[in-house]
Design a protein around this ligand. Sequence first.
Ligand SMILES: C[S@@+](CC[C@H](N)C(=O)[O-])C[C@H]1O[C@@H](n2cnc3c(N)ncnc32)[C@H](O)[C@@H]1O
Length: 277
Amino acid sequence: MKWQEVVGLIRFTEAEFQELEQFMLSQYGIDLSKKRTLSECRLSAELEKEGITSLQQFMRRMEQDKTKRLENMMLDKLTTNYTFFMRESKHFDYLRENILPTLRQDNTGPFYRVWSAGCSTGEECYTLSMLFHDYTRQGGFLPFLEITGTDASEAAVKGAKEAVYPMRELADIPPRWQEKYVKKLDGNRHFTLTPEILNCCKFRQMNLLGTVPGVAQFDLIFCRNVMIYFSEDARERLIGQLYRALKPGGYLFVGHTELLAWNSAQFQYICPAVYRK
Ligand SMILES: C[S@@+](CC[C@H](N)C(=O)[O-])C[C@H]1O[C@@H](n2cnc3c(N)ncnc32)[C@H](O)[C@@H]1O
């Protein structure tokens, strides 16, 4: 018996993996070139559950599946959804100290629209929502707030909408915000957030390389820790999409490891990982 049969891993042939790699690159911009074993590990159990014995068989079934159930499942397995509240907290400090104080009744429209592009399970959106609410609670001015979270992963978007988090994530939220905005659930095993924090956040499934929100929609875009998984070409396409979606004068935050090596000439560099249109 071969070792891979012992652990139940379905190995991909070179040709099969190339087809998968090409699909993920062309459809989602995700570069799997160095992730063959990881892909095998992440997909094997799911293929087995479907009664499928090879990647080729899976790809053919996925092509015929009009419901996109198999494609969604594959995407959920192959994307990295790791995220947490207050991730890269310097961004939130910068927003609070340098951007929000510039908003005044006489220089903004009636809405402040924020897009978390690649929001995963919602922690980024809810961190922003808590920050904005705390800012107005302390007397700061903010127009009517709308936060849109989008992600290609169906499972991640479902998690974001449900907004029920395991207790271990609570420690990432500052104690002052915990008191005001956190509601403990089911014998303190999980928590959620108060309606004021949840209600201004809307989520939907969206591929950043597909049709994205229209031109000049957003005052602020967070697209953090998404393009690190992209090919160079896909990164450039994504940056173009984000640029179009941002209002003139709006801000783009990217992950701290994603400093724009690409065609950043369009954007004005503000400080590490913060850009302005
Ligand atoms: C590591 S998470 C980042 C979450 C959050 N922005 C943060 O910084 O913590 C990356 C997310 O990007 C999403 N993603 C990857 N490719 C995408 C695409 N083509 N369109 C939309 N979302 C994508 C993944 O599903 C995943 O949830």
